[in-house]
Design a binder for this molecule. Structure first.
Ligand SMILES: [Zn+2]
Ligand SMILES: [Zn+2]
Length: 108
């Protein structure tokens, strides 16, 4: 039986991980062996996908983009300064985090 991606999970990722997702390349200042390898903390199963941004239902209820029908930019998808490790590579450095969505197939 073919499975389909039905579940999503919001991840908060660091700049390195976001860059790899957006451009499919490491940022210029990325140092292999020093920085955490982007997306290395995610246990991908076959067919899983990760995309930048989050689902509309995960935006806050008073989100300006939602209430203005997309006319205005909201900042639901960024956290200016987080001390929580990156969800995608476990990078412990505090800094900006961007929302990403993991699309996965739940275990039967
Ligand atoms: Zn929003
Ligand atoms: Zn990261």
């Amino acid at each position: 039986m073919r499975s389909t991606k039905t579940e999503t999970m919001t991840l908060w990722v660091c700049f390195n991980c976001a860059n790899l997702l957006a451009n499919a390349e490491y940022p210029d200042d990325f140092t292999m062996g020093v920085d955490s390898v982007p997306l290395s903390a995610i246990d991908f199963a076959a067919g899983d996908e990760i995309t930048l941004g989050m689902m509309w239902e995960d935006h806050t209820s008073n989100c300006v983009a939602l209430t203005s029908d997309g006319e205005e930019q909201c900042n639901c998808e960024t956290i200016d300064f987080s001390t929580h490790p990156c969800d995608a590579c476990n990078d412990p450095y505090a800094g900006d985090r961007l929302a990403a969505t993991l699309w996965y197939t739940p275990e039967p």
